[in-house]
Design a protein around this ligand. Sequence first.
Ligand SMILES: O=C(CO)COP(=O)(O)O
Length: 249
Amino acid sequence: MRRKIVAGNWKMNNDLSETEALLNDLIAQMPSTHASVMVAPTFVNLFQAFTVLKGHDIEVIAQNMHQEENGAYTGEISAKMLKSVGVNTVILGHSERRAYFGETDELLVAKVNTALANDLEIVFCFGEELEDRTSGNHFSLVESQLRNALFHLDVADWKGIVLAYEPVWAIGTGETASPEQAQEMHAFIRKTIADKFGSEVGDEVSILYGGSVKPANAAEIFAKEDVDGGLIGGAALKAADFIAIINAI
Ligand SMILES: O=C(CO)COP(=O)(O)O
């Protein structure tokens, strides 16, 4: 059985007291669920997030990581630093990192390798821009993102990888892929992975959808066969919305 996951990517939101307040609200309202629930606060609040969530079934994950093990990289955060505060999972390849911080497929190969070498699990994000979809190029673009960043891996590496399909045109725009569009792409992604790494990897890999998921649309998206959960941005910043999305899985 593939793991179901609902993950909140808080992006550059919530200072320390807001982080504590949102986590305490989540604790207070947390339903019992078969899904793994994750939250990704900003780096500076990771340590405190673990403290607040101690004993609760919400995993704290990181939004990014530098590809080098250590060294003269002012302002950067290493895999080992994340591990040292308790992080076991890191988001890599988010479209905002690609668009605003110049992250390329080539750089992501290095980040993926460093994360796996440090026993970090990865939520690997990818997805097409609007112009790729309107020109009918979305499948080949997504295939190339997977091929360029992940096809060098071994079958065994896939135990530590979750995929997150996030069409760029649906992120923070209020525009959501229809459940049918999500299913069509997720099935394509699963087949792409199965063709390269075998059907066992294809069957087992969790594929999350991200892009304007909210309480009103989560259930119909999550109901699709190849959608194993969501990576939630804006709606993860309000406890009631995030809880409603967890309840939709
Ligand atoms: O980028 C996202 C999650 O990583 C999605 O963001 P929104 O849910 O705000 O569209």
